[in-house]
Design a protein around this ligand. Structure first.
Ligand code: ADP
Ligand code: ZN
Length: 301
């Protein structure tokens, strides 16, 4: 039996686990995200303790972004300059690989969750999916041919342009672009616009009509740019299940018949879907990264 180390580095907490398969978690720890000087040694200590008892084949890490994914760069595997205090240019992959001397897979948190969904969740059996998370921020993992796309860097689809509804007077709250998708439709934007936490807004509130339209624009842009087989919408805000039918309707209205593909025109309910793995997606995606880093073909689709 093969063991893998999996790590999720999040904005508020770190999760590390030892797993033998998607339903076989052997040990797990969580600790608060503070500084890389504290957190990276904590991660290493947990992994190393297990690795010394029974060797791990590889480690998979899903990280908050932005991160450096260009393998030709000397700072591959680090956090890119970020507003998160202390984490700009922090090395993540290098110290873990140096300490354990085993392969390390690394990708963005949202891409990692998308990989988990592709392998064992809402994208099972497919090769091309886009996974959005709509939470404190908005991000998208783009997976084609079973692989995350990473070119110069990972996509930043949370900051795509959308057009505001004329009746929406909220200026937007992205500190870089003001009224990009994240600035208009992430949880904090909803809260700021209406002066109340998003989960307290009743389902018939006009807030959800705005929300459905903005997310529908993002879905439409995604269809036009990537043409995936399925789009998975996750994150805290998407716990509002009534958004799904609203988004599907708006996507069809906004596309206005331009895309004539059956999965979209006839099966939109299966084209725009919620995640199937809930909060396990990140962990399972990190397992895919670890299995692939170890060269295990069972992690290929
Ligand atoms: P994070 O993005 O920080 O990892 P979440 O995906 O849970 O975490 O997103 C948190 C955001 O989602 C907050 O802005 C919160 O207001 C919003 N949110 C959480 N649960 C709900 C809900 N049930 N309905 C609407 N919004 C929610
Ligand atoms: Zn932005």
């Amino acid at each position: 039996m093969t063991l893998y180390g999996v790590v999720e580095t999040g904005g508020t907490k770190m999760v590390c686990a030892i797993v033998a398969g998607p339903d076989d978690v052997r040990d797990e720890v969580r600790f608060p995200t503070t500084t890389p000087e504290d957190n990276i040694p904590q991660i290493i200590a947990f992994l190393q303790r297990h690795h010394q008892q029974s060797p791990l084949a590889a480690v998979g890490i899903g990280s908050f972004g932005p991160i450096v994914l260009d393998r030709s760069l000397s700072n591959y595997g680090s956090v890119a300059p970020t507003t998160k205090p202390g984490w700009s240019n922090a090395q993540v992959v290098a110290p873990i690989r140096a300490a354990l001397t085993i392969p390390v897979g690394f990708d963005l948190d949202v891409t990692t969750a998308g990989l988990g969904e592709l392998m064992w969740g809402a994208g099972k059996g497919l090769n091309h999916v886009v996974y959005y998370t709509v939470g404190t921020g908005i991000g998208a993992g783009v997976i084609t041919n079973g692989q995350p796309i990473a070119c110069l860097a990972h996509p930043e689809a949370g900051h795509q342009r959308i057009s505001r509804l004329p009746e929406d007077t909220f200026p937007g709250n992205c500190s870089f672009h003001v009224d990009c998708l994240e600035g208009m439709a992430a949880g904090p934007a909803i809260e700021k616009r209406w002066g109340v936490k998003a989960h307290l807004l009743p389902p018939d509130h006009i807030a959800w009509r705005f929300q459905a339209d903005y997310l529908a624009q993002a879905v439409m842009n995604t269809i036009l740019f990537v043409s995936p087989q399925r789009i998975i919408l996750g994150g805290g805000v998407m716990d509002q299940e009534h958004l799904f039918p609203m988004i599907r309707t708006r996507v069809l209205e906004r596309l206005n018949g331009y895309i004539n593909l059956e999965p979209i025109t006839h099966h939109i309910d299966e084209f725009i879907v919620p995640p199937a793995l809930g909060n396990r997606a990140g962990m399972l995606g990190a397992l895919v990264l670890a299995m692939r880093a170890a060269g295990h073909a069972s992690a290929e689709v």
